[in-house]
Structures are given as structure tokens and as C-alpha cells.
Design a protein around this ligand. Structure first.
Ligand SMILES: Cc1ncc(COP(=O)(O)O)c(C=O)c1O
Length: 348
């Protein structure tokens, strides 16, 4: 069953009113579509598969962060900061979307990018430039001490009279990522009901977005199942999400929060590490594109798609389930991996 049950803790309007208490600025195109992937389903001989298109949120090529920044940017601005400093990897989607959101909030944006020196200017890095982010491109050696580099930068700016917000020093950015996805849960529930979907099983990156959907489901008494796919070893998932169960409960005043049991995590698809695309991910990107014209990225959603395909092949996602692939975006990153992907395409 996909409807609410007697375990319901909040009504939809009660849950919505918890979200509506937070300062917010509209940035995302919502609701995002819930789209069928019938050809992928047929190709795999597996269950019904749909995709929740968080890659279509807009905001400089879309992705899950558009929902986050609707809350994060007003929070930063209302606290009196005028500048955002963010430390990210050179191909980061987060870096790009922060730049876009900072522009829309009139905040100055300084980006300390790790492993970025001497890189080709394309993909997310190109969009960072177009958006006017002030870039500090660190080489591999400097990247080891990126935190200190950014802390010094912050001190310098303070000495010049600015009020910089160094994202990595604050708790709010770590938990706010769930808020927008509590709302996405409300949105998805309407869509699931409209289509009459049963036995819903949501598969996505093991991260804050998926936890936001879990929070919505648990508080509304919806019996969706979830599977998280790990895409990186760093930071450990406990630190990244599970340790923040109480923080998000407090922020939204929720009757229930999530536990580790709510999110079984598949750890076997990371490969050598974050940012190193495996052949299985390259295959999954091609399969989703060539069946239902869904483009996945090499770091996040491609890894989830590889896991989804493998789990269907192994019979772990059953015929009786309705699988929803949570597409969290990341599209500019395909250009960063153009050569590897093209080589794979040519091999057929
Ligand atoms: C495309 C994509 N998907 C998923 C994630 C994970 O984000 P979160 O933990 O906020 O769900 C990221 C993080 O940057 C991302 O870029």
C-alpha cells in the first residue's frame, strides 16, 4: 500500500506547515515530474521503474540542491552574512548550484576548488565561471590543506570588513538538505496516489535528499521502502547523515525522525572512490540514455543507476515492487568525463 496508514504522525498540512515556518526564497521549478521508464524496465525484464526528475529543478542545470538553497540562502542572508565561501571538488555540482543560488540572493561567492588547477574549463567548472564565482583553483598538494586555505581567506575578508560565511563551519547546511526533500516527499505522495502506485521502493544516493523523503514517509505514515547507494567513502555516512537525525527533528519539530534501519545502504558500487567512474557506471549511463533518454552523471546518479540495474538483475528488486529512481541531477559532470564516456560508446 502506498497510502497513509494508522501509523500516521502528521497530516500533510501539518507537515507542510512545519516547512513553511522557515524563511524561504523560490528558486526551484516545482513539482518535478515523475516519469515512467518503460523501456528500461522491459530491457531488464524487471519491475515497473519510474524516475523522479530532480535533475529538472532548473537553477543553472538543475539538481537536488535547488531545493536546499531555497532555505539555505535566506538563512545565510538573514544572519547578516554578505559572502559565501565554499570548499568543493573541481567537478562539484554543489559548487555550481551554490554559485547560482548566491547570485539570486545577492551574496558574493568565493569557491575554493580542490584538485582544480590546470583542469580543462568545462562541465561544472565552466558554469562556475559563467556564474561569476570567485575561483581559487587549488592543485593536488594545496588541496590537502584546503580547510586552512579557506579559513585564511575568511580571515582576510573579515579584516577587509566583509562578513563571510564559510559553509563547512556551520551545521545548518548539513541538515537543510533534508528539508526540501521532506517537501519533495509530500509532492511525491500526491504523484504516487495519482498514478495508483503500490509497493513503492525508492532508490537514490545515500544522502540527505533520500533522508528527507524518509522523514516525510515516516511522519505521514507512508510505507515506502528505501535503498541508498553509497557513492563515496568520505565523509563516512554516519557523520554525513545518520548523526543528524535529531538536528533535523528539532529543526522541523517532527514527531519521528529516521534511523539507520530506514535506509539500507549498498556500499559495493563505489569502486575505487568518489569521482572515479567504474565501467558499470558507464554502462548504466548508456543504458538509461538509450532506453528512456534519461541522462545520468558519472559520480552520483550513474552509480545509483548501476546499482538499480544490478539489483534488478540479481532479483533483489522484485516484480511486485514499483521502483522509483531518485534522479538528483549532476548533468554538467558528463562533460568532465567526455573522453571516457565516448570511448565506452564507441566500444558499443
Ligand atoms: C547529483 C547529486 N546527487 C546527490 C548528491 C547528494 O546530495 P545530498 O546528500 O544532499 O542528497 C549530490 C551532492 O552533491 C549530487 O551532486
Amino acid at each position: 500500500m502506498s497510502t497513509t496508514s494508522s501509523d500516521q504522525k502528521l497530516t500533510r498540512s501539518q507537515l507542510r506547515s512545519r516547512i513553511d515556518r522557515l524563511p524561504r526564497m523560490q528558486m526551484a521549478h516545482l513539482p518535478t515530474p515523475l516519469e515512467e521508464m518503460p523501456r528500461l524496465s522491459a530491457e531488464l525484464g524487471g519491475p515497473r521503474i519510474l524516475v523522479k526528475r530532480e535533475d529538472m529543478t532548473g537553477l543553472a542545470y538543475g539538481g537536488n540542491k535547488a531545493r536546499h538553497y531555497e532555505f539555505e540562502m535566506p538563512h545565510i542572508r538573514d544572519e547578516g552574512y554578505d559572502t559565501v565561501i565554499n570548499i568543493m571538488d573541481y567537478h562539484s555540482n554543489n559548487a555550481r548550484m551554490t554559485a547560482a543560488a548566491a547570485n539570486k540572493t545577492d551574496l558574493r561567492y568565493i569557491l575554493v576548488l580542490k584538485n582544480a588547477a590546470h583542469r580543462k574549463i568545462q562541465g561544472n567548472l565552466l558554469i562556475d565561471k559563467l556564474l561569476g564565482a570567485e575561483l581559487h583553483l587549488l592543485d593536488q598538494f594545496q588541496s590537502e590543506t584546503a580547510d586552512e586555505y579557506a579559513a585564511k581567506l575568511k580571515q582576510q575578508l573579515e579584516a577587509e570588513g566583509a562578513k563571510p560565511y564559510l559553509v563547512q563551519e556551520h551545521l545548518f547546511p548539513r541538515i537543510v538538505g533534508m528539508v526540501g526533500f521532506v517537501e519533495a516527499g509530500l509532492e511525491l505522495l500526491d504523484q504516487v496516489e495519482e498514478l495508483g502506485l503500490q509497493n513503492v521502493h525508492i532508490v537514490g544516493v545515500a544522502g540527505r535528499s533520500l533522508c528527507g523523503l524518509i522523514l516525510a514517509a515516516r511522519n505521514l505514515g507512508v510505507d515506502w521502502r528505501f535503498t541508498g547507494v553509497q557513492v563515496t567513502y568520505d565523509p563516512p555516512l554516519d557523520q554525513y547523515i545518520f548523526d543528524h537525525d535529531q538536528d533535523i527533528r528539532d529543526l522541523l519539530d517532527l514527531p519521528v525522525t529516521f534511523t539507520k534501519d530506514d535506509l539500507p545502504v549498498l556500499t559495493q558500487y563505489v569502486g575505487e572512490g568518489y569521482g572515479i567512474m567504474t565501467p558499470e557506471v558507464a554502462e548504466a549511463i548508456h543504458m538509461a540514455a538509450r532506453t528512456d533518454a534519461i541522462i545520468c552523471d558519472p559520480n552520483y546518479t550513474g552509480t545509483v543507476m548501476a546499482a538499480l540495474i544490478d539489483q534488478v538483475r540479481q532479483g533483489n528488486l522484485g516484480e511486485d515492487e514499483t521502483v522509483i529512481f531518485l534522479h538528483t541531477g549532476g548533468l554538467p559532470a558528463v562533460f568532465t568525463y567526455a573522453e571516457q564516456l565516448a570511448e565506452f560508446s564507441e566500444r558499443g
